[in-house]
Design a protein around this ligand. Structure first.
Ligand code: DQA
Length: 141
């Protein structure tokens, strides 16, 4: 199965950005670990700080990949455009968040993406991504 993890703004700073909230592993360390743990899956990754680039990547992968794991970061709470892109494609999308957004500021409680996804995994640290991967493994289709 082909899966892509798409990460939004500031997630390139994982490991150094607010480690108490987001952990101390860097994105590269985390991706290496997850790829070696699931060798049968093809796990790609894309990160951008730019909203339009995220939309273009969702469109590009959204008709051929088996799953998209999307952490749109702050755009989750602002972007009608990313929500529309998720709605427009065929590939199922699982939304993930590292932190428990519901335990944080009110503006993080709303997602413009969640209504168009297969499901949402929130608050399990980097393990949120792994739980999303497992949701595709268990998918019998
Ligand atoms: C985040 C939560 C968002 O509210 C925040 O803007 C992020 C990261 C998370 O993974 O916890 O940048 O998506």
């Amino acid at each position: 199965k082909k899966i892509i993890i798409i990460n939004g703004p500031n997630l390139n700073l994982l490991g150094s950005r607010e480690p108490d909230v987001y952990g101390s592993l860097t994105l590269v360390e985390f991706l290496d670990a997850i790829k070696s743990k699931y060798p049968k899956l093809e796990i790609d990754h894309f990160q951008s700080n730019i909203e339009g680039e995220l939309i273009s990547k969702i469109q590009e992968m959204g008709f051929s990949y088996d799953g998209i794991i999307l952490n749109a970061a702050a755009y989750t709470h602002t972007s009608v455009g990313i929500g529309d892109a998720v709605r427009a494609i065929k590939t199922p999308v699982v939304e993930v968040h590292i932190s428990n957004t519901f335990a944080r500021e009110d503006f993080r409680h709303q997602s413009f993406i969640a209504p168009h996804t297969k499901g949402v995994i929130v608050g399990f640290g980097l393990q949120s991504y792994e739980l999303a991967i497992q949701s595709f493994l268990n998918d019998e289709i």
